[in-house]
Ligand binder design. Structure first.
Ligand SMILES: [Zn+2]
Length: 92
């Protein structure tokens, strides 16, 4: 089953990132999504908003830290599913 192998690899990658961190530049979108969330992206994300539509948060090891920073500016923030899967969707 190639699908489940891919899933395991992806899960492993996320687990590594969770343990080691990524040390990347993070940005938050100034424009809210349709659900009202402001998405958080890394500088390398293909979905990173245009310069005028994003706010620089800083360089962090973990998207959770970027999320904390973003919450100073916006009440509802959410990690991008592509670059911040650990912070995507909120279960709390
Ligand atoms: Zn992203």
């Amino acid at each position: 089953m190639a699908d489940s192998e891919d899933f395991i690899k992806e899960f492993q990658k996320i687990a590594d990132e969770e343990r080691l961190g990524k040390n990347e530049d993070y940005f938050v979108s100034k424009q809210a999504q349709s659900d009202g969330d402001h998405e958080i992206h890394t500088s390398s994300c293909s979905d990173l908003p245009a310069e005028k539509n994003r706010k620089y948060l800083g360089c962090f090891n973990f998207c959770k830290d970027a999320e904390q920073e973003a919450k100073k500016y916006y009440e509802d923030v959410n990690g991008c599913i592509k670059c911040c899967p650990l912070c995507h969707a909120r279960y709390y």
